[in-house]
Design a protein around this ligand. Structure first.
Ligand SMILES: Nc1ncnc2c1ncn2[C@@H]1O[C@H](COP(=O)(O)OP(=O)(O)O)[C@@H](O)[C@H]1O
Ligand SMILES: [Mg+2]
Length: 224
């Protein structure tokens, strides 16, 4: 089976000379729930930016669905980013004055999904994250935990192959953080592939596999 993600000797050196990744290699299969764990500055976000097609590596191989990163044309990259990847960030990145529904619609503006399907799709994902009763509320009125669940619904709307969550509980209290992790676990059970980025061992323990990264190198790869 072709792995969803394959990286070999991935290196990222920033223009100022910082060696954020010094040769990481691993494979992630469709359907996995993987935590990329490591201390602050270890290269986690750098890795996420490469895997999420947001920034190219300096050297090494990155294959997504068997295809080399450099073989994707700019329009293919844009399509993959929009339709095959979902992103959830620590800061939620919602538009505060827009409603939950309008926030969830955002990725659809750049997709090929016909407009008449938008409402049905949005209602499905908003129900999945347990926020049907908030669908017409403006985002700024929601609690932190609710905002993150909206961000997860928005990440799901294009039925992505893979969801990236970068410190998704970083701005949440313990209870809301646990709820968000339970939601990610439920999505994994439904068949979603999830890559979770965290510096927190307790959060990483919700995943099924942990890649531990330090100083830009993979230190261990363990099943949880
Ligand atoms: N755009 C950048 N330019 C230069 N150095 C960077 C840049 N982004 C991150 N770094 C450096 O690369 C290293 C890894 O950073 P990062 O990937 O953000 O780690 P983490 O997400 O694990 O905290 C750090 O030393 C950081 O300061
Ligand atoms: Mg980071």
């Amino acid at each position: 089976m072709t792995p969803l993600i394959e990286v070999v000797d991935l290196v990222k050196t920033y223009t100022d000379g910082t060696q954020a990744l010094r040769g990481a290699s691993f494979v992630i299969q469709e359907g996995e729930f993987v935590a990329i764990m490591g201390p602050s500055g270890s290269g986690k976000s750098t890795l996420l930016h490469i895997l999420g097609f947001l920034d190219p590596q300096t050297s090494g191989i990155y294959k997504f669905t068997g295809k080399l990163f450099q073989d994707f044309t700019p329009s293919e990259l844009a399509r993959v980013r929009n339709e095959e990847l979902g992103f959830v960030f620590q800061q939620f990145n919602l538009m505060p004055r827009q409603t939950v529904l309008e926030n969830i619609y955002m990725p659809l503006y750049y997709s090929s999904v016909p407009k008449k399907e938008w409402r049905t799709r949005a209602e499905k994902v908003v129900a999945q994250v347990g926020l049907s009763h908030r669908i017409d509320h403006e985002a700024y009125t929601l609690s932190g935990g609710e905002k993150q669940r909206v961000a997860i619904a928005r990440a799901l709307i294009n039925k992505p192959k893979l969801i990236f969550a970068d410190e998704p509980t970083g701005n949440l209290d313990t209870k809301s953080g646990t709820d968000v992790m339970e939601l990610l676990k439920a999505l994994h059970t439904l068949g979603h592939t999830i890559i979770l980025i965290t510096h927190d061992q307790k959060i990483a323990n919700h995943a099924r596999r942990m890649l531990f990264i330090q100083d830009g190198r993979l230190q261990s790869d363990t099943e949880i």
